[in-house]
Write a protein that binds this ligand. Structure first.
Ligand SMILES: Cc1cc2nc3c(=O)[nH]c(=O)nc-3n(C[C@H](O)[C@H](O)[C@H](O)COP(=O)(O)OP(=O)(O)OC[C@H]3O[C@@H](n4cnc5c(N)ncnc54)[C@H](O)[C@@H]3O)c2cc1C
Length: 394
């Protein structure tokens, strides 16, 4: 069997689906290939990733109709954020933002569970008559021609499109097949993440604790429920994963110095090996990379999906512009223009994040002192603080 489309998207993750939703009502036919079953897309399982969203992402999600599909009680507001270095009581503090004409707003940003974003994006795309999602299929061979791309799926079906969009994760096999060189950095660390209930209020404040030996991020959900994100050397992760719920609760109690009161583990635990990836370019002939396939961030600065959404938005705008002018949507000019604009967003954030990670996981005495100095300078120089805050919240 063979299919013809204008755009072929590989991967129905949050980035691939957001990209598709940009084309609602447009005269363009899209086919999406996803290896997972349809039931998983309809009801994605909880994966313990709580996605901190910038204001720009919130705006894009609202415009695409994704936001309104997320249940209201699963949109958690983030009032403030604090960063702590080692055992020092000193904190870098990002308070509630002020409105332009004075008066405080009540939030720095929002947190939404990743599986809810996926579900909402799928619900939007499912209703688009111009998108067809083919599930339980994967990519076999990719052949790039002057006028189109022809992809043979693992079941022998062939899809032909004018533009191929790769959104099949940071470990993308399609990116490899189209020959885009990619820088990869294995941090040698693993994230272990889960929810806890606690008796004391979290004050809707996110805490990033750069303890020596491990990092703990506390992301406030409801006042008495938070998400814990432990980052630790991969060879030490097994010990934490194998703790009983009671032992893990006690461990978190110790790490948080009892500030959250009594703790109960409230969800399954999920682990993610930390590998950062950045494609050297976000295109090949008739092909574009979006989402984690373009840039897979370390989660400490909470930018992965935010960049994914931004990239999908930029690419969609270039494609729609070409469509409206009756031009080729897979042309070199569409792709290079997307590449130029999105690289400006991703490169500084990717490299900046990696520098922060390097500094805050280095436990030599000079690095500890530098960590402390960085927090103090950031706290006391309003312009630096504003810059960091703007980077984090968009
Ligand atoms: C612990 C943690 C916390 C995070 N916190 C934040 C945060 O606070 N803020 C933020 O912005 N980001 C955050 N992120 C990053 C965010 O989760 C990712 O950037 C985002 O999920 C990537 O979406 P994606 O669609 O690009 O890729 P994915 O979610 O990886 O989706 C890829 C899709 O492609 C499919 N696929 C793969 N290979 C194939 C194939 N060969 N054929 C067909 N289909 C295929 C997969 O099944 C999947 O459905 C966090 C990540 C982690 C791990």
């Amino acid at each position: 069997m063979s299919y013809n489309s204008d755009i072929l998207v590989i991967g129905a993750g949050p980035a691939g689906l957001s990209f598709c939703s940009e084309f609602a009502g447009k005269n363009v036919k899209i086919i999406v290939i996803e290896q997972l079953a349809r039931e998983v897309l309809e009801k994605p399982p909880f994966d313990a990733r709580e996605i901190a969203l910038t204001h720009l992402s919130c705006e894009i999600m609202q415009r695409l109709g994704i936001w309104e599909r997320v249940p209201e009680d699963e949109i958690f507001r983030l009032r403030e954020a604090k960063v702590i270095n080692g055992t020092s009581p000193y904190q870098l503090h990002f308070p509630q933002p002020m409105r332009a004409r004075g008066g405080e707003t009540d939030r720095l940003g929002y947190l939404i569970p990743n599986h809810r974003i996926r579900q909402a994006a799928y619900e939007v795309v499912k209703e688009q008559s111009n998108v067809q999602i083919l599930t339980e299929r994967s990519v076999g061979d990719v052949h790039i021609h002057n006028d189109n791309v022809s992809v043979t799926l693992d079941n022998g079906e062939i899809v032909i499109a004018k533009l191929l969009v790769c959104a099949d994760s940071r470990f993308s096999s399609t990116r490899q097949k189209i020959g885009v060189p990619t820088d990869m950095h294995n941090f040698g660390r693993t994230v272990i993440t889960f929810r806890v209930n606690h008796t004391e209020s979290n004050g809707h404040t996110a805490l990033e604790c750069f303890h020596y030996g491990r990092t703990l991020a506390i992301l406030p959900l409801t006042e008495h429920m938070s998400n814990m994100v432990i980052t630790i050397d991969s060879d030490k992760a097994e010990r934490i994963i194998n703790l009983s719920d009671e032992e893990l609760a006690q461990d978190i109690y110790t790490q948080t110095g009892g500030r959250l009161g009594d703790i109960k583990v409230a969800s399954t635990r999920h682990t993610y090996p930390l590998v950062g990836t950045h494609a050297r370019r976000f295109y090949a002939q008739r092909c574009a990379l979006i989402g984690d396939t373009a840039v897979g961030m370390h989660p400490v600065t909470a930018h992965g999906f935010n960049l994914g959404l931004q990239g999908a938005d930029i690419l969609a705008k270039q494609v729609i512009r070409a469509l409206e002018k009756g031009e080729d949507i897979g042309s070199q000019s569409v792709l290079t223009s997307y590449n130029f604009k999105h690289m400006l967003n991703t490169r500084p954030l990717y490299h900046g994040t990696n520098v922060v990670v390097k500094l805050f996981t280095n436990e030599s005495q000079p690095a500890r002192m530098l960590r402390s100095a960085v927090l103090r300078v950031s706290n006391n120089l309003p312009i630096v603080k504003k810059m960091i805050s703007r980077q984090l919240t968009g």
